[in-house]
Design a protein around this ligand. Structure first.
Ligand code: NAP
Length: 435
């Protein structure tokens, strides 16, 4: 061990993740010191209530409710409180006092990441947030460092474990949406208010972060197109299975060219069909995975636990060791990279295949009429399947798989199909992703 002084680490928050970080810091003190070249001294843990019983046993004298005072003496601040305020203000004051900051706070990075990175750059501090996307899975560092010399074309991820758990149960066990959500809730996969998960807000925050890093562009949260899984039915899951697909909630960041030849990016979250052959189709239960397509590297997949106190603490500790090594070695660290500044294109510019389900009157000429509407709008049919009429009115279900088409063409097609005399209802329109 060299003679470098102890590095002073302040921890803000001691919940599911914070308690595990504190435990690892104390239990593996010697090992971490050997890796870093300096001791990591946990100088205090800021919480709301110092008397709350914690998941792990920790020295009581470490606890304080005075987060502002605590960060003043720190070389590295780990923020694991969550929420926007006071986390944002505390991080800003930590950075301003010259400390490096490690956070797992996706909501904060998605909404204020640019501001925080800007202030950090001004004072030569570093902001680390590996745990903010996909928990234990290393994906921020690969995008920021390992792939920095490559050109990324697409990032497609299952980044919300709760919704993956629900969709996976519906697919593999034939559960209804309600039954799957009830089990997910019982097992602690869903928050008391599940809106953030099932409406896709959580995944959209992660899409913002992934798109910004992958395309060296600041992608604001409101530029991400978002659809959740609340409309997904057992019937859609079944139709997807019959056609060789599985439905997943995907966060996608993609390089695109618009109709005027302008290069931009698309950032979007929606439930989509994906081939059962695709690696993302094998992501079950509450697991996460991020599939990256890069020009030189080709396809890469990062897979693992997207949440959990211990698992997320692993990513936080990785960041802490990086920050500590930088302190020991000196040097400027890795600057933020938003130089490409690409426009974020509207969803209308996205081109995918679709699976459309229609309720049609089982009469002669119906197929020709439906095919006519599709071709009028430039959407060509790749696959068509008609069920036998299920009721006395002679209504049949038509499942149409299309070739690639622009979202704008699809929207016009669906409006025309709904207005067509042959169609009694457009019961489902889902995109098909992955090749
Ligand atoms: P948590 O269990 O709710 O713990 C939050 C901790 O922060 C608690 O110890 C709480 O203190 C403290 N805290 C909250 N507001 C505070 C304030 N104003 N002043 C001082 N302390 C305050 O949260 P978590 O699940 O560990 O999550 C922490 C962060 O990690 C969040 O940003 C979350 O999004 C992110 N994350 C979590 C996971 C996961 O699996 N849990 C995965 C990925 C990322 P008291 O205990 O005294 O109330």
């Amino acid at each position: 061990m060299n003679n470098y002084r102890n590095l002073r680490v302040a921890l803000l928050g001691c919940g599911s993740v914070g308690a595990q970080v504190a435990r690892i810091l104390l239990e593996h003190e010697d090992e971490l010191a050997a890796r870093v070249g300096s001791r990591l001294e946990l100088i205090g843990i800021a919480v709301r209530d110092v008397n709350t019983k914690r998941d792990v046993e920790l020295p009581q004298e470490l606890f304080t409710t005075d987060a502002e005072q605590l960060i003043l003496g720190a070389d590295i601040v780990i923020e694991l409180m969550g929420g926007i305020e006071p986390a944002r203000s505390l991080i800003l004051s930590a950075i301003s006092s010259g400390a490096d900051v490690v956070t797992a706070n996706k909501a904060l990075i998605a909404t204020h990441g640019e501001e925080l990175a800007g202030v950090a750059e001004q004072v030569g501090a570093q902001l680390y947030y590996e745990a903010a996307v996909a928990g234990a899975i290393p994906i921020i560092r690969p995008l920021r460092e390992s792939l920095a010399g490559d050109r990324i074309n697409r990032v497609m991820g299952i980044v919300n474990g709760s919704t993956n758990y629900i969709l996976d149960r519906m697919d593999r066990f034939g559960d209804s949406a309600e039954a799957a959500a009830a089990i997910a809730s019982e097992l602690g996969f869903l928050e008391a208010d599940p809106t953030l998960d099932v409406e896709g807000y959580d995944a959209a925050q992660k899409a913002t972060i992934l798109a910004s890093l992958a395309f060296h562009t600041n992608v604001p949260g409101d530029a991400v197109h978002r659809e959740g899984i609340t409309q997904i039915t057992a019937g859609q899951i079944e139709a997807a299975r019959k056609a060789g697909y599985v439905i997943k909630l995907l966060a996608i960041a993609e390089r695109l060219v618009d109709d005027n030849g302008v290069e931009g990016i698309s950032a979007r979250v929606y439930p989509a069909l994906i081939s059962r052959e695709h690696p993302l189709a094998a992501v079950h239960e509450g697991k996460n995975a991020v599939f990256v397509e890069a020009e030189a590297a080709g396809s890469l997949m990062f897979y693992g636990a997207g949440a959990g106190g211990k698992e997320t603490a692993s990513a936080v500790m990785g960041d802490l060791v990086s920050a500590a090594r930088r302190h020991v070695a000196g040097g400027p660290g890795i600057p933020g990279s938003t130089h490409a500044d690409l426009p974020v294109l509207d969803i209308e510019n996205v081109e995918t295949k679709y699976q459309i389900m229609l309720e049609v009157n089982d009469q002669p000429g119906v197929l020709a009429e439906v095919a006519g509407v599709l071709s009028e709008h430039g959407v060509s049919v790749a696959r068509l399947e008609q069920s036998v009429p299920q009721d006395a009115n002679g209504t049949a279900t038509l499942v149409i798989g299309t070739h690639s088409a622009k979202e704008s063409a699809l929207a016009a097609t669906v409006t025309a199909l709904a207005a067509s005399g042959a169609v009694s209802a457009v019961s489902s329109v889902l995109r098909v992703e992955g090749n």
